[in-house]
Design a binder for this molecule. Structure first.
Ligand code: SAM
Length: 240
């Protein structure tokens, strides 16, 4: 029997990894990494030494076939991304989908198993500290840069549900501008709190910060502190 383990890794703090993840990684025949150099930092921190190979969004079909071949040969393989849970705005889903499609009989017979080794994700980390309604929510991944962007902002504005998305430091101010435009009062002059915006920055890292308020308040904060327009961001728009 062989196993493909989809392993969640830290989103900043290298200690945020489960005991099971460490055990599975250390006993893998091969670990597929989005970037082998990033994973090496994690492995060095936890004294893991196993063969690694890259698997990323540009990996060719031949890499997928190679992985399927190794699984059929009985190898135990793990998949990690640079940070967090593979498949969540990261490579992984296509590989798993292809294996589920191409190895139906092996999966049914138990020869090949695909297992989740859950752990950190910026998505759940952000929701856990934002203090917003999250019994249900919509995750948008990264917003499109052009096509469909305006439509999404309109959806975010009218949605009854908490909306969550990832944002980069290069685009966070532009996104906050759009949120102000869509979420502030009719003439955009009053700071009307129609929706709450929460920006979770650098979760689990030294400069972790949660900033919440109206779209205008959050935007003003980053205008006053331009040094904080860096790092990694999760943006949450909610009713309260
Ligand atoms: N698979 C990852 C996960 O499970 O969270 C997400 C990978 S996605 C390519 C990277 C984005 O996740 C970043 O641009 C940022 O929006 C968010 N992110 C990752 N780490 C973060 C952190 N420590 N703090 C805030 N956001 C983070």
């Amino acid at each position: 029997m062989s196993t493909l383990s989809i392993v969640a890794t830290p989103i900043g703090n290298l200690e945020d990894i489960t005991l099971r993840a460490l055990k599975v990684l250390a006993s893998s025949d091969l670990v597929l990494c989005e970037d082998t150099r990033m994973t090496k930092r994690l492995f060095d921190r936890h004294n893991i030494s196993v063969p690694t190979k890259s698997y990323h969004m540009h990996s060719k079909i031949s890499r997928v076939e190679e992985i399927i071949g190794l699984l059929k040969d009985g190898k135990n393989i793990s998949l990690v991304s640079d940070a967090g849970t593979p498949g969540i705005s990261d490579p992984g889903a296509e590989l798993v989908s292809r294996i589920r499609r191409d190895c139906v009989s092996e999966i049914l017979s138990g020869e090949i198993k695909i297992e989740a080794i859950p752990g950190p994700s910026a998505l759940t980390g952000a929701l856990s500290v934002a203090g917003v309604p999250c019994a249900d929510f919509t995750f948008l991944g990264f917003l499109p840069h052009k096509k469909g962007r305006e439509t999404l902002f309109k959806e975010i504005t009218i949605s009854e549900r908490t909306m969550v998305f990832y944002e980069s430091p290069h685009r966070i101010m532009k996104t906050l501008d759009s949120l102000v435009e869509h979420l502030s009062g009719a003439n955009n002059s009053e700071d009307v709190l129609l929706k709450k915006v929460t920006v979770c920055r650098e979760l689990t890292k030294i400069f972790e910060e949660i900033i919440g308020g109206s779209a205008k308040e959050v935007k003003n904060y980053f205008e006053i502190h331009p040094d904080k327009v860096r790092g990694e961001f999760v943006v949450i728009v909610s009713k309260e």
